[in-house]
Ligand binder design. Structure first.
Ligand SMILES: Cc1ncc(COP(=O)(O)O)c(C=O)c1O
Length: 376
């Protein structure tokens, strides 16, 4: 073929997109607040958003303070996130050198997969769990080995050992507390898993709601195959600003620095995260209110004939819906301006997950649930 005819060949840009990407499910956007408000015919302030485990108390008041007077928003942020990492080191009691910040834990999940995975390598996902592990795995060409959680959503350690020894996967993802049910890994389980030839990524996005004494972040420097991820989205109410972090063993973090985008955490997100750490005592008091509310919600749900709640260490409660369809319940709540998360997978069929909001949100929700309870 001469040069000219080769350049004239029929060319379809989309055919050049990676096969892995073309085989992914189409993108399903989540509706932004403004559109939801139009759809529901309610103002934003009348919508009770209990579907994404956000913190309805919002951020520390120090955050709006620092955001209103950012000194250098026109200058790129520090690629090493030094100030934030110093404050994080105090908060986590993990050495500064072992800490890494990202645009949410989500960014770090993707980075870690790109750090370890060549196309065709495998990762282990303990489902049901947070969807980003399998999503980022698939985007990066990983084979995702699913090890189902047990009936109470605990880890099936025996099965994990079997799958890891047979398939030689590179990474094991474990959320603790797990999203969507709120179950936690035990110390014994973590010890067993750390003895396996695999990198364990323990996602502690919700650990503040379980109590910081239940975190394993301080184990990181002594365990060359343990990575712990955290976020400001939940306990610190900064989901919209996108800031998270991870603790990494020295040999891994050295490699991670090489693949990081230089300016991944914005100046605004950094300032908000530092302000939150300065105000951590007050924020953790709010976390205690959310935990108390979670326990109140659990009791209220357990008293309903048609809900079976699972005990949770997070800021959400998973419920099996009985004697009615969960999608009807979702629609009913939605029509009243309350959003909850619905699952349509086999394992979670007829389940919903309700985030914990403020007491007044629980009261409004309970009024509607009581009506349904009376009519079933
Ligand atoms: C287990 C888990 N990890 C991580 C995240 C995302 O955290 P971030 O907002 O920091 O990206 C979520 C969000 O829902 C989550 O449930």
């Amino acid at each position: 073929m001469n040069i000219k005819s080769n350049l004239n060949r029929t060319f379809s840009p989309s055919n050049n997109i990676r096969n892995i990407v073309r085989e992914l499910e189409p993108y399903k956007p989540i509706l932004p607040f403004e559109i939801l408000s139009q759809q529901l015919g309610r103002s934003i302030s009348e919508i009770i958003k209990l579907d994404a485990n956000e913190n309805l108390y919002g951020p520390s008041p120090l955050v709006s303070d620092v955001l209103s007077k950012l000194d250098f928003p026109h200058i790129y942020p520090d690629p090493e996130n030094q100030t934030l990492r110093q404050f994080l080191s105090q908060y986590t009691e993990v050495p500064y050198e072992n800490l890494f910040a990202g645009a949410g834990a989500d960014e770090i999940i993707d980075l870690v997969i790109r750090l370890f995975i060549d196309p065709g390598d495998s990762i282990v996902d303990c489902q049901p769990t947070f969807g980003m592990y399998s999503f980022d795995g698939a985007v990066n060409g990983a084979q995702v080995l699913i090890v189902e959680r047990t009936l109470d959503f605990g880890l099936d350690t025996e099965k994990l050992i079997e799958v890891i020894s047979k398939n030689n996967p590179k990474i094991l993802f474990i959320a603790s507390p797990n999203n969507p049910d709120g179950n936690m890994i035990t110390k014994e389980q973590l010890r067993v898993l750390l003895n396996l030839p695999i990198v364990v990524i323990l996602d502690e996005a919700y650990v503040e709601f379980a109590g910081l004494e239940n975190s394993y972040i301080k184990w990181v420097p002594e365990n060359s195959n343990l990575i712990v991820l955290r976020t400001f989205s939940k306990w610190a109410g900064l989901a919209g600003l996108r800031v998270g972090y991870g603790a990494f063993p020295t040999e891994i973090i050295e490699e991670l620095w090489k693949i990081k985008q230089p300016y991944n955490v914005s100046v605004a997100a950094t300032a908000a995260a530092v302000a939150s750490l300065k105000d951590s005592k007050n924020l953790l008091d709010i976390v205690s209110l959310i935990v108390a509310e979670r326990e109140r919600m659990y009791t209220l749900f357990a008293d309903m004939n048609f809900l079976r709640p699972y005990p949770s260490w997070g800021n959400f409660i998973l419920c099996e819906v009985q004697s009615m369809s969960a999608s009807d319940l979702l629609a009913k709540l939605r029509s009243e301006g309350i959003l909850v998360r619905y699952f349509d997978t086999d394992r979670l069929s007829n389940h919903i997950r309700i985030s914990v909001g403020m007491p007044r949100h629980t009261d409004l929700l309970t009024d509607i649930l009581n009506d349904i309870n009376g009519s079933i």
